[in-house]
Design a protein around this ligand. Structure first.
Ligand SMILES: [Fe+2]
Length: 203
């Protein structure tokens, strides 16, 4: 399976959900957000578990892969904060917009830079295998998430936040060893670090 097609299909789905979010009102807005959260968390999980580790090794993709972990951490943090809301007030809307902008930036960087470099850095067979593994992992997670939500529909999302915490600390560990490269990458990409900052301010 083509890993890029798989990830791009996820990206298009989330874009569509963000469009729905804009026009939704009242409780429907939070429902659409819950869907966005589920999609993004699943997508981030398979990328962090399978795709990014394979891209950390090659020189061409090393920096972008480390940067991608950091961008995921920012997005996951925003998802967590937005997920706490009982209703979508003005502040929530503003934060949701920041989430959307961060996701859009990340998607563009992946599709316009990372995927291209990954294609030249890795063998075709290796890419194919990554695609297969990501598709399988996604299916596994989707079916176990379905079972879990049936089991604990009364408890709201405690297991989710626990697993998120774990994946964040993995990302932090990974980047911890390469401060030089992440510094460099934040310098070279002014517009992104600005959007990260605005996300951080919100916190
Ligand atoms: Fe990603």
């Amino acid at each position: 399976m083509d890993p890029f097609e798989l990830l791009k299909a996820d990206h298009r789905k989330v874009e569509q959900l963000f469009t729905e979010l804009e026009s939704a009102t009242g409780k429907k807005k939070l429902d659409v957000f819950a869907q966005i959260r589920m999609e993004l968390e699943l997508h981030a999980q398979i990328e962090e578990k399978i795709f990014y580790p394979a891209l950390e090794e090659p020189k061409e993709t090393h920096e972008l892969a480390l940067e991608a972990y950091e961008e995921h951490a920012v997005v996951k943090d925003l998802l967590k904060q937005l997920g706490r809301a009982r209703s979508a007030d003005e502040e929530w809307e503003a934060q949701a917009k920041v989430l959307q902008e961060n996701v859009e930036h990340h998607v563009q960087e992946e599709e316009n830079e990372l995927f291209e470099k990954a294609e030249s850095a890795l063998e075709e067979e290796e890419l194919e295998q990554l695609g297969e593994r990501m598709a399988a992992e996604k299916e596994k997670k989707q079916s176990s998430a379905g079972k879990a939500s049936k089991k604990s529909s009364k408890k709201s999302g405690t297991s989710k936040s626990a697993s998120k915490g774990a994946s964040r600390s993995t990302a932090a560990k990974r980047t911890g060893g390469s401060k030089k490269s992440s510094k460099k990458s934040s310098k070279s990409s002014g517009s992104k670090s600005r959007s990260k900052k605005s996300a951080a301010k919100k916190r």
